[in-house]
Structure formats: C-alpha cells, structure tokens
Design a protein around this ligand. Structure first.
Ligand SMILES: [Zn+2]
Length: 425
C-alpha cells in the first residue's frame, strides 16, 4: 500500500514539534489509546493501550501484554532545524521583521524567498490558571528576502549569511510594536495581555509533492525526521500482538543535542519503562530481552557529489531501509544488532542498504547512542535514505517509506529471548 498521501498529511499537520506530538496523539486517540500523566500513579491493565507526553514535544506509546518478555522500542525525533521567535519579537527598521534565532543546523539559503509561517506553543493566563495552547497561524505570513544579485555580484560564488542580520523574516509595513503578540493572542482566543510567554518557530509553508518520471521521489519539508516518526507510528498501530511490549518513542531536541528534560538523553524512556515493569529488577530482566530501533534519516548518494559518499557503503533513494554504522559509535549499530534487524527485514521482504561515513569525513549523530546511556539495550541505527538533509525541502524515495513501514511493523510484532551467546528473535 502506498502511504505517501498519509505522510504528506502527517507532515502538513506537524509544523512544529508540539504539533508533531499532537498529530501522533490524534492517531493514538482514534485507535482507543488512553493518555497517562506522569503526575499520576498508573494502574495498567493487561492488554491496555497507553501513551504519555512530556512537556508537549515528546511522546511514548505502548501496549501491555501478559506474555511480554521485553520491549520492542523505536525512537525517532519530533523536531527539525528551524528558527525560534524571540521573546520580544519585533525588529523595527524600514519595515518590521521578526527577531529569531536558529534552532539546529539548517542550510540557510534554502529558507530564503519562500512563504513561511509560525507555529508552536503559547502560554496564556486564564481564570483557572496558566495554560499551554497550540498555535499555528497557518497562512502565508513571512519571507526572508534575498539581496538582489545587482547588489551582491559574488552571490553565485558562495553566499554568506549572518543569522542576526540577514535571516530575520519580513513581517509588516507597519512599524508599530506589539502587533505580533496581538496576532498570536487572536489566534488562541485571548487578550494580548494574557499571553505570558511562547515557544514559537518558523516553518516552511510548502507541502509534500511527488516528483520524478514515475513519481518515485518525494520533495517535502521536515522529512528528517517526520518520515521516520510517521513510519514508526503507522507500524506501531498496524503491528500484531507478540511476546513483547511495543514501545513508540518520539523525542524532541535531537537537532540541538537531545540533552533536555524531554530529549533522548533524558530519563523519559527509562521512567516509562520502569513504571511498566513495576520494579528495578523486573526492568533489568526485561531490558535483557529488549531491542531498540533508532530511526533517523541517512544521507543517500548525491547525483552531483558521489565522491562525498563512501564508495562501497552508500545508499541510494528507493534502495530500501538504511542501516548506519560508525566506528566512533555516533551510530550505535554493531554486528549483533545489525544481524537482528536484517533478519526482521528479510522476514518483511524489505531491502536493506548500508551507510558508513567516508573514512576521512566526520558524519552526524542521532538518538541511538544517546538513549543507550539511559536504557542499555541492543540498538540499531537505521533511516530513510534522503538528499539535502536539513534543507527547507528534502528529497527522498517514495518506495522507501513503504519499506520502512513494512520493516517496523514486522519488528513491533517480534520478540526476543537471550540465552548466553544465542539470541532468539
Ligand atoms: Zn534527524
């Protein structure tokens, strides 16, 4: 089945990490999952379906089972590189621009000359107390204009940008201060004086589209990592009951290092698994029979720059799911976890490709090794092959989305049993 339209809808409704979690929550709600709160004591029932959200931008869902030996966990991330709107948002000159600072490592020039908008969380004062509300202005609102080539003759030899000066989006002809908070207040139905604070981010208004001779490629914002968040969520919901607890984990802040209260380096996953297990000892036993798939995208071989890839370990678009290796353990894959994941893919009839950095180039990092410092289980780092990672629009293979969903559905339906040097999976 082709899931591309579902993916595009998912990404359209996920313009910020807050919205990503809300979109996943909506899918879980429609399948009868119950929200748990960390502030409550939990009474879990066998066969129960649950999820828990931390700080609005990370979510963990799971199903309990009487026969469960361990956890089958996927981890992906809800955030993407973007610009955060500052607390005092207006920069007034000839026009009003929004004061922003960069969040994560985006390719600057891809953000210029395109329609942008604002989404995130607003914290408001109500008669009942302080309340967080989601906001998406959901219209073409802003742009970051280029400097004309006539005024910048060297632009095609390599453009340089100062984010404090060159990348503030154009907002209004009016130079009156305070109008932006007025716009935000109206959007969430309060008076401007009741907006206490906000966590607002820019987003690219483009929607996903199919390209290529037979529509075999997709061009879409935020494929890193919403492609994997979408595939994990669909697989989690489609998977059949096995002898394990399937766990869907989506973490915020991967793009800024994960070391936050809701990031992959936080206690969130361990806290949830401990509550499911009931005791430290039960958790330790369960973790011995658990496995984690850290799902975050991988660089495909670029048609114009093939020399930037390892000659023998470089994936291509539509070549299947990618297993990522790194000797320095920025990717946590090892021989055992790779073997287990390849077995899963074989069962699902899914092709597997390998990614290694060129030996003389450093690569990126992701969730797996970071999450392992809190929850130590065999883990494989995988991803969808893609081009233009961290561009405002990224390119991937349409068929790889289906491959990822099939592989993760098989994974979630599996279970693991470790006996000495033998692993039954
Ligand atoms: Zn990523």
């Amino acid at each position: 089945m082709d899931h591309i339209n579902g993916l595009f809808e998912f990404i359209k409704h996920s313009p910020s990490a807050y919205h990503t979690v809300n979109t996943v929550k909506g899918l879980l709600d429609s399948e009868g999952y119950t929200e748990l709160y960390e502030s409550d004591r939990w009474k879990l029932t066998v066969g129960g379906r649950y999820y828990v959200i931390r700080n609005g931008t990370s979510i963990i869902a799971f199903r309990t089972s009487r026969e469960a030996r361990g956890f089958m966990i996927t981890a992906s991330h809800s955030d993407s590189p973007t610009f955060r709107v500052k607390t005092t948002p207006e920069s007034v000159g000839a026009y009003t621009r929004l004061e922003v600072e960069k969040y994560g490592g985006m390719i600057y020039y891809t953000w210029l000359d395109r329609p942008l908008s604002v989404a995130g969380r607003v914290v408001v004062r109500t008669p009942e107390g302080i309340e967080s509300r989601l906001v998406n202005l959901n219209r073409d609102l802003l742009t970051i204009p280029s400097l004309a080539i006539h005024l910048n003759r060297g632009v095609n030899e390599g453009a340089k940008f100062n984010p404090a000066k060159d990348l503030l989006p154009l907002y209004s002809s009016s130079t009156e201060k305070g109008t932006f908070i007025g716009t935000i207040a109206r959007a969430v139905g309060v008076e401007p004086r009741d907006v206490l604070s906000h966590d607002l981010f820019l987003y690219n208004r483009d929607e996903g589209r199919r390209i290529g001779k037979d529509g075999e490629f997709i061009l879409c914002p935020r494929l890193d990592d919403l492609g994997c968040v979408f595939a994990s969520t669909v697989a989690f919901l489609n998977s059949s009951e096995g002898n394990s607890v399937p766990v869907l984990a989506v973490f915020d802040n991967e793009e800024v290092g994960s070391e936050t209260k809701q990031g992959a380096a936080s206690t969130f996953l361990r806290d949830v698994l401990l509550r499911i297990s009931g005791s430290e000892q039960s958790l330790s036993v369960a973790l011995e029979n658990s496995f984690m798939v850290s799902a975050d995208n991988a660089h495909a071989k670029h048609p114009a720059y093939p020399e930037m890839s390892d000659p023998d370990n470089a994936p291509v678009l539509n070549g299947g799911v990618v297993v990522k290796y790194n000797a320095a353990q920025r990717y946590t894959t090892d021989g055992l976890s790779d073997s287990i994941f390849r077995t899963v893919c074989q069962r699902a009839g899914v092709k597997v490709q390998t990614y290694c950095n060129r030996a003389d180039l450093p690569g990126g990092s992701t969730l797996g090794s970071i999450a392992n410092t809190k929850v130590s289980v065999p883990t494989v780092d995988i991803g969808l092959p893609q081009l233009a990672m961290h561009s405002a629009n990224e390119t991937a293979g349409a068929h790889d989305i289906d491959s990822m969903i099939s592989a993760l559905t098989e994974f979630y339906s599996s279970s693991m049993l470790k006996k000495g040097s033998r692993v039954y999976f």
